[in-house]
Design a protein around this ligand. Sequence first.
Ligand SMILES: C[S@@+](CC[C@H](N)C(=O)[O-])C[C@H]1O[C@@H](n2cnc3c(N)ncnc32)[C@H](O)[C@@H]1O
Length: 243
Amino acid sequence: MFQHGLILSLLFGEINSKREKIFSCTPYECYIALSRAMDSLFLLTDTIPPENRDQMWVFFHSIFGNDNPLVVEIGSGNGHFLVECAMSNPLKNYIGTESLHGRAQKFCEKIKKRSLRNIVVFRGDARQFVWEYLFERCVYEFIILFPDPWPKKRHHKHRLLTEPFIRMMETRLVDNGAVSVATDHEEYRDRIIHEFRKVGAFTNPYTEGYTLYPPDYPKTLFEKKLRERGKNIYFMKFKKERS
Ligand SMILES: C[S@@+](CC[C@H](N)C(=O)[O-])C[C@H]1O[C@@H](n2cnc3c(N)ncnc32)[C@H](O)[C@@H]1O
């Protein structure tokens, strides 16, 4: 079975020393090319995170082949939504994050089947991805659709949308970038609006803090299921103010 670690050590070890002769690309470009060729891919998980903002841009350029605006989805499930976005918006680059192995795998298979080049997957904790791989002012939009609501009070600590994570996303957003969120859970909805207000760096276009009108992007699998059950869906958009 293909091992990212093995490939990395090969590339950065023996092969790297001869790469001037063998490859006309950087070690990272070779890694991406090899990964894709070996069918493994579209997974950022076992890659080495960039060490600074300049390296990050080289890293993303190696992956996507351009510097198009970056959209990051948190909790992508099996990637149904983000793959549709990537197909309809070839001039944007998409990174999906998903902690469950099986779902991330299905996500990768969808990308491969459609031969998409503007979308990759990070399998793991989205918070780790945002912290380790992203530097300030690089993301055009974070999309978080139906984050697990953890309805029991004693489980609230597991919720993703808390003040520290929102602060972290804020630093990674470009000026006028946005965090788009949807949930069917009223109490979590109000909590999310409250947490964004605490951070204070965002404007919210809706007087109630949310709208029932869906934005013009595809429906996720969760949204389809929830609508079949007659649930209300609350959409929120938090726009980063110029700092
Ligand atoms: C309720 S599902 C929604 C999936 C998808 N957004 C949709 O609407 O169909 C939440 C997803 O977030 C993933 N998830 C939860 N916590 C996560 C984290 N810290 N990092 C990455 N993914 C996470 C879960 O595994 C699950 O697939």
